[in-house]
Design a protein around this ligand. Structure first.
Ligand code: HPA
Length: 289
């Protein structure tokens, strides 16, 4: 007999997480903000915060890598009711892609309909130097994993359209806000790879030839599930290093965190200007097919 792939985190885990969060968070979030490597300071600026360590939330994977704090912070930032995910789950930690998707499924059920993602990435295009901020316009899934594999979740698209996963209106607002603030924001395509080893020089050459401008080990599973849920998505990469073979020396996680921290100030300013506009944007809700 053929067995269906057992995902491990089926609807019961999601409904437990929803029930738990509904009790802990007094208000419904408008948006989810995912804070990537070394970009966690925003969580400290949230007013009236409710902090929930991931390990307390039913079904949430708990372990995180250095630079990822592993807590959910709900509250008000720049006047916007949101939930910041400080620390995310990576496939390279061994999590099932369905576990990576669980926080978004739970927070969407609580009312969030916008997702703002940040991450650290290596620059593949020659002009993507360390410290550059890149607006993600599209992605390449080189993880070869998909969080939607398994039984279709209720209320989600079975075959979500991925022809424009990063919301065009959000991108326009992001570029306009960056220009107003005098912050350079460069458009690019993000290639998501499984990791955790960094890429070889040949792999970076391949990714460049295939249209990648930056490479990282996150974001793609979250964006896929967000689109299945009908959430509007904005993604910004902080380029922390030239990818393998494009810079001098070896790649090092500590260095990635250092650069992400230094560029974090600019990214914070950009997000502070941007998040209220994204939430105010009076956009028609998209139907989930
Ligand atoms: N490759 C993959 N992921 C990364 C990199 C990189 O060079 N830098 C930061 N995250």
């Amino acid at each position: 007999m053929l067995a269906r792939i057992e995902t491990g985190v089926g609807p019961p885990a999601v409904s437990e997480a929803i029930g738990f969060l509904r009790e802990r968070l007094s208000r419904a979030p408008r948006a989810v903000l995912v804070l990537g490597s070394g970009l966690g300071e925003v969580a400290a600026e949230i007013e009236d915060p409710v902090r929930v360590p991931y390990e307390e939330i039913p079904g949430f994977p708990a372990a995180v890598v250095p630079g990822h704090r592993g807590e959910l912070v709900a509250g008000i930032w720049e006047g916007v009711e949101l939930v910041a995910l400080s620390g995310r789950f990576h496939l390279y930690e061994g999590w099932d892609p369905v576990a990576v998707a669980l926080p978004l499924r739970a927070l969407a059920a609580l009312g969030a309909d916008r997702l703002i993602l940040t991450n650290a990435a290596g620059g593949v295009r020659r002009d993507m130097g360390a410290g550059e901020l890149m607006l993600i316009v599209d992605h390449l899934n080189f993880m070869f994993r998909n969080p939607l594999v398994g039984a279709a979740a209720p209320g989600e698209a079975r075959f979500p359209d991925m022809s424009s996963p990063y919301d065009a209106e959000f991108r326009r607002i992001a570029l306009e806000t960056a220009a107003k603030l005098g912050i350079t924001l460069t458009r690019g395509v993000y290639a998501g790879v499984l990791g955790p080893s960094y890429e070889t020089v040949a792999e970076i050459r391949m990714l460049a030839a295939m249209g990648a401008d930056a490479v990282g080990m996150s974001t793609v599973p979250e964006v896929i599930v967000a689109r299945a849920l009908g959430l509007r998505v904005l993604g910004i990469s902080c380029i922390t290093n030239p990818a393998a073979g494009l810079g001098v020396g070896r790649l090092d996680h500590e260095e990635v965190l250092e650069v992400a921290g230094a560029a974090g100030y600019r990214l914070r300013r950009l997000l502070a200007g941007l998040v209220p506009k994204l939430v105010a944007a009076n956009l028609p809700t998209e139907a989930v097919e």
